[in-house]
Design a protein around this ligand. Structure first.
Ligand code: SF4
Length: 292
C-alpha cells in the first residue's frame, strides 16, 4: 500500500465505523476540496451509494459557482442533499456584507447558528426533491447525533486539536481540554444523551495529499480552484465578501500538485485568503462555539 492507499483505508474505516455507531448520521459538505474528497470516500465506502444525508450550510454569500456545483453533483450522484440557512439574519440584514455586524458576529449568525439549528432540526431544513429538482422543507426534524466533517489537522491550528470522534455538548460547544483519548484505533462513540459527535476521517491528510488524491481518482472540483487566465486561483473557498484568491499560474490539478511540491506556498497559511480568520478570537473562538 502506498501512502494515499493507507490514508484512504483509514478514512473509509472511520466513515463505516460512524455509520455503524450513529443512527442519525449526516455528513457536512462545504463544496470545498476536502469535503468533496470526503464525499468521494463515502461513495467508495458504500459502493457508490451514500447512505446518509449531505448537509450544506448556505450562508447566502457563497460564490454562485459553488452552489451550481453542489446541485449538479447532488443530482448526478443521487445524494440525499439538505441545506440549512439563517433566513432571519439574512432578512434583517444582520450580516457583515450588509454593514450591520462584525465578521465574527456574521459568521456566528450565518454559520454557527445555522449549523446548530440545522443539525438539531429546530430550524427548517431544505431537502432536494430529485423528482422536481427543487428543494422542499424537510418533514424530518430529528436531530443528527453523528456529524462527519472534512477537517484536516494541518489546515489550521485549532483543527489539530481534534479527535477522530470528537464530542460536542448539548449547546454544540467544544471543550478542547476534555476530549477522549484514542489509543490503538479504539474510539469512544458512546456519550451522554444530548451530545453530538463530530467525526473527522480526514485528520491525517495534508493539502498535498488531498490534491494528489483528487488527481489519482479524477475527482471533479469547482473551477474556482484553477487559474482561469488572470494569474489567480482560490486555495480555499468560502463567502465571496471575505475570501480572496491567491496569485498562482496553476490551471490544472497536476499544476496545483506541482505548485504545492515546490514549497512556494509552504509559508503561506492555507486559509490566508479568509478574512474572518484574522478577526479577534479568530477560528478557534468560532469553533469552540460550534463552528466547523
Ligand atoms: S465569511 Fe464573511 S460573509 Fe460569510 S458568514 Fe463569515 S463574515 Fe459573513
Amino acid at each position: 500500500m502506498n501512502h494515499l492507499d493507507k490514508l484512504e483505508a483509514r478514512s473509509i474505516h472511520l466513515i463505516r465505523e460512524a455509520y455503524s455507531e450513529f443512527k442519525n448520521l449526516c455528513m457536512l459538505w462545504s463544496i470545498g476540496k476536502d469535503s468533496t474528497v470526503l464525499l468521494w470516500l463515502a461513495r467508495k465506502a458504500f459502493y457508490g451509494h451514500v447512505p446518509f444525508p449531505l448537509v450544506h450550510i448556505d450562508t447566502g454569500f457563497k460564490i454562485p459557482e459553488m452552489i451550481e456545483y453542489r446541485d449538479k453533483l447532488a443530482k448526478e450522484y443521487k445524494l440525499d442533499m439538505i441545506y440549512g440557512q439563517n433566513r432571519e439574519a439574512l432578512k434583517k440584514k444582520h450580516t457583515f456584507p450588509d454593514g450591520k455586524v462584525t465578521r465574527i458576529q456574521c459568521c456566528k449568525n450565518l454559520k454557527t447558528e445555522a449549523l446548530k439549528n440545522t443539525l438539531s432540526g429546530v430550524w427548517p431544513r431544505y431537502r432536494l426533491n430529485h423528482n422536481t429538482g427543487e428543494y422542499e422543507v424537510d418533514k424530518n426534524k430529528e436531530p443528527y447525533i453523528g456529524v462527519i466533517v472534512g477537517a484536516r489537522s494541518d489546515e489550521e491550528g485549532s483543527r489539530s486539536k481534534e479527535r477522530y470522534f470528537s464530542p460536542r455538548d448539548r449547546n454544540n460547544d467544544w471543550d478542547v481540554g476534555d476530549q477522549p483519548p484514542e489509543f490503538w484505533n479504539q474510539y469512544k462513540t458512546d456519550f451522554a444523551p444530548g451530545t453530538h459527535v463530530r467525526v473527522h476521517p480526514l485528520l491525517d491528510w495534508t493539502e498535498l495529499n488531498i490534491w494528489e488524491y483528487i488527481k489519482r481518482e479524477n475527482i471533479p472540483t469547482v473551477s474556482l480552484y484553477y487559474n482561469q487566465g488572470d494569474g489567480k486561483r482560490y486555495r480555499s473557498l468560502g463567502c465571496y465578501p471575505c475570501t480572496k484568491p491567491i496569485d498562482s499560474d496553476a490551471r490544472t490539478v497536476d499544476e496545483i500538485v506541482e505548485e504545492l511540491k515546490t514549497g512556494k506556498l509552504a509559508n503561506i497559511a492555507e486559509r490566508s485568503g479568509r478574512a474572518q480568520d484574522k478577526e479577534d478570537g479568530g477560528l478557534e473562538t468560532l469553533r469552540r462555539d460550534g463552528y466547523m
